[in-house]
Design a binder for this molecule. Structure first.
Ligand SMILES: [Cu+2]
Length: 150
């Protein structure tokens, strides 16, 4: 088994900014992803956009299981194994309004065009800072991972 891919929750020591690094990640089906809080100044969550979790719009594949890490203290971690191909958008509960969101693309990019999911293009229930922060699916697939634009 491959080691989990790691997404760090990061920010400057004064706590004035927060983000997931990488903000965009591509993994093969069956790979685990581990979120690790490397931000000494904040607690964070990794929470899937799904009606079953705080009643949000579904922004993960139809048959995928949603997740919620709950609050991760500094150096805390949480892991999810992705068995369903598709696009997964998630957010940090206390920092969604600051644009702390991420996108994971799972599966063989050449298998089919599942990444054209129309629900991902618009979502009136998301704060603008979150909606504009997601990296493009095409870029994630092309580069494998995307760091947030500074
Ligand atoms: Cu956060």
């Amino acid at each position: 088994m491959a080691e989990p891919a790691v997404i760090q929750m990061v920010g400057p020591p004064d706590g004035s900014d927060v983000w997931f690094d990488p903000i965009g990640l591509w993994v093969r089906t069956g790979r685990a992803v581990r979120w690790v809080n490397r931000d000494a100044g904040n607690s964070h969550t990794a929470t899937a956009y799904h009606p079953a979790v705080f009643g949000r719009s579904r922004r993960i594949p139809a048959h995928a299981r949603p997740w919620n890490s709950d609050y991760l203290l500094p150096n805390g971690s949480f892991e999810v194994t992705f068995t369903e191909p598709g696009v997964y958008d998630y957010y940090c509960l206390p920092h969604e309004h600051a644009g702390m969101v991420g996108r994971i693309v799972v599966g063989d990019p050449n298998a089919k065009d599942w990444w054209q999911t129309p629900q991902l293009k618009v979502d009136s229930k998301l704060p603008a800072a979150a909606l504009t922060a997601f990296p493009s699916i095409a870029e994630i697939i092309k580069r494998g991972y995307i760091h947030r634009a500074q």
